[in-house]
Write a protein that binds this ligand. Structure first.
Ligand SMILES: *Cc1c(COP(=O)(O)O)cnc(C)c1O
Length: 393
């Protein structure tokens, strides 16, 4: 018999009663060090006082008004994101998938308004942009699309890191190129700086729009507010979600004036998108994540975690193969099934997330302390020993 919850998730048996910073406390009182952070969402950890205060304060005033009215919290957050980035304008959504959907519509409208036939948007193998019909078609990853045809037309997925395939596909039929500066679900695969710059140059040459999906790698995760900043290139459209709300559902599309100009009154909308609760929390998160000293610390702590993980690869060469990623967005490629490592780590009180390409993802809250990084490494060390002995979980 089908359970009351549609069984689309491979869930752990754990449920949590409360959280404190980087720790989650299970129903039975057991404490877990949370290096999954709700898949890179809880950027400020659990029960962050600034976020709790902002949410509670807003909850006592007004929750929701719809976008029929001005929303001052949304105006403030939008202006702050515009100030901090390449973007001239922002549209708020409830999730990353909805941001991807809007980007798809923006690309279509951009070329429709110019009366140009630009039938394809290019993506890359391993891409993930969400689970809606449009987002799975745009990513083109087989694991997401299998069984869900006919897919929305207008997308072509290219191999990852194949310059010849990209050159061959790059012509005046291309409406846009979409890429995660660091692939998340695809297994923590950073796009090298020359590739990010090359994509920008290519888009300029063929006149296509460049879309960065920074839903997982953005909002400070790599030690910059957005990952692409380190390559000194800017997209035309950027997708943001996850860390922006610190756990409250919030996403955004950031865009240049040119890319957004066709989106006039009536072309898009959302009942909840950017509502007062979400944007009150978003502003409180931005208070912390927008601070350059905080971002520097993320970079430093990322270096420390990486060093620890490399040590583990050296001690457990039969379990781990290599470390990759940037800042506090790190992945350990495994030689044993990654889900065995995730289960063994959970048994040691460390939460991690599996990723494609047999990777275990480490996405701790960005507030993580150095002692917690050392503790996580010690727990992962014990987990690797257990896995090597053939005793996962
Ligand atoms: C999580 C994620 C999405 C989808 O976001 P949802 O909030 O789950 O809809 C899209 N792109 C990337 C890169 C992601 O990591």
């Amino acid at each position: 018999m089908i359970p009351p919850l549609m069984p689309t998730y491979n869930r752990s048996k754990l449920a949590f009663d409360r959280g404190e910073g980087c720790w989650l406390i299970a129903e039975d009182g057991a404490r877990y060090l949370d290096f999954a952070a709700g898949i890179g969402v809880n950027a400020l950890g659990h029960a962050h006082p600034g976020l709790v205060a902002a949410l509670s304060e807003q909850a006592g005033r007004v929750w929701h008004t719809s976008n029929l009215y001005r929303i001052p919290q949304q105006e403030r957050l939008g202006a702050r994101l515009v100030d901090a980035t390449f973007a001239d304008t922002v549209f708020f959504t409830n999730s990353g998938t909805e941001a991807a959907e809007l980007a798809i519509k923006m690309v279509r409208k951009y070329w429709a308004d110019r009366d140009e036939e630009r039938p394809v948007t290019l993506s890359f193998a391993g891409a993930f942009h969400g689970r809606s019909t449009g987002a799975i078609a745009m990513a083109g990853t087989e694991k997401l699309t299998a069984g869900f045809g006919p897919l929305m037309p207008g997308f072509t997925q290219l191999p990852f890191g194949d310059h010849d395939a990209l050159e061959a596909a790059a012509d005046a039929r291309v409406a846009a190129i979409v890429v995660e500066p660091v692939q998340g679900e695809g297994g923590i695969r950073p796009l090298p700086t020359p590739c990010l710059r090359g994509l920008r140059a290519l888009c300029d040459r063929i006149g296509a729009l460049l879309i960065f999906d920074e839903i997982q790698c953005g909002m400070g995760r790599t030690g910059r507010l957005f990952a692409h900043e380190s390559a000194d290139v800017a997209p035309d459209i950027m997708l943001v979600a996850k860390g922006i709300g610190g756990g409250f559902p919030l996403g955004a599309v950031l865009a240049t004036e040119a890319a957004a100009a066709p989106m006039v009154v009536g072309t898009h909308g959302s009942t909840y998108g950017g509502n007062p609760l979400a944007c009150a929390v978003g502003n409180a998160a931005m208070d912390v994540l927008g601070d350059p000293d905080f971002l520097d610390a993320v970079g430093r702590k990322g270096g420390l975690l990486r060093q620890r993980l490399e040590g583990l690869v050296a001690t457990h060469p039969d379990v781990f193969e290599s470390v990759r990623g940037i800042g506090l967005m790190l992945g350990v490629k495994c030689r044993v099934p990654n889900r065995d490592v995730v289960a063994a780590a959970q048994a040691e009180g460390l939460l991690t997330a599996p990723g494609a390409d047999n990777v275990v993802r480490l996405l701790p809250p960005l507030i993580v302390a150095e002692e917690e990084i050392a503790e996580a490494a010690a727990r992962l060390d014990r987990a690797a020993t257990a896995v090597a002995r053939g005793a996962p979980g």
